[in-house]
Design a protein around this ligand. Sequence first.
Ligand SMILES: C[S@@+](CC[C@H](N)C(=O)[O-])C[C@H]1O[C@@H](n2cnc3c(N)ncnc32)[C@H](O)[C@@H]1O
Length: 261
Amino acid sequence: MDAELLLAHVLGVSRSRLLTLDDVAPLEGDRFGGLVDQRADRVPLQHLTGRAAFRHLELAVGPGVFVPRPETEQLTGWALERLAGIDGPIVVDLGSGSGAIALSIAHENPGARVTAVERDPGALAWTRHNAVTRVAAGDTPVGVVAGDMTDPALLSELDGRVAVVVSNPPYVPDDAVLPREVADHDPPLALWGGPDGLDVVRGMLTVAARLLHPGGWLGIEHADQQGVALPAVVRAHGGFADIEDHPDLAGRPRFTTARRS
Ligand SMILES: C[S@@+](CC[C@H](N)C(=O)[O-])C[C@H]1O[C@@H](n2cnc3c(N)ncnc32)[C@H](O)[C@@H]1O
């Protein structure tokens, strides 16, 4: 499948169009071969094509930014469901990377006022690039803020006004062994979350609790092994109720949600 997608990328056609192609010109064949070699050397497909599909969007990605994953589409869908029926809800995406969550929410709920926060300057360039592209395509603008999701003063102008805080934070435990596509190509700041993977989440909860209005929702993605630990960390904070964990489509624990009490 990756080889087909790379050939379609080189030829500038859809994957299904490959079925009706008789031949590939030598120059394009060489380019295709080069890309297949890089993919065999574990460069992520999305870095080779420069594009990542996420819900209804196609986002620009490359070295320096985390490639959005299908699991996160589900967390984004959950956030969108929480916003249904609210007039002009304020939404904050903490650790926005390519902007996948924030830009999808703005695309699918044009009335939402979305702020994307990103700490890594390298990733922030991609957040801004994708945000500008989406505005040019007609979407509601998303505010992009350089900031640290654990900073106690982050976005203090939104204190108590936010309907949904959503985050796919770095959550990989320090001793985890990752596939080369991830370890060598996703930025370190997007991955590592301390000894149990939950250091950034612990720091972020105080910020989320301050931003959310009473009854506002928090949704945080996590690793398969954190389906008990992350809800426990949210419970220990003390500022949240209705704490629940949700499986992904493969049935593995994937994200925790809670309501500001
Ligand atoms: C796992 S990636 C998720 C990116 C994007 N939200 C997605 O789902 O594809 C985590 C993102 O959080 C950013 N990040 C890590 N620590 C952060 C912090 N303390 N404050 C803000 N952003 C942070 C990383 O740079 C990275 O872009």
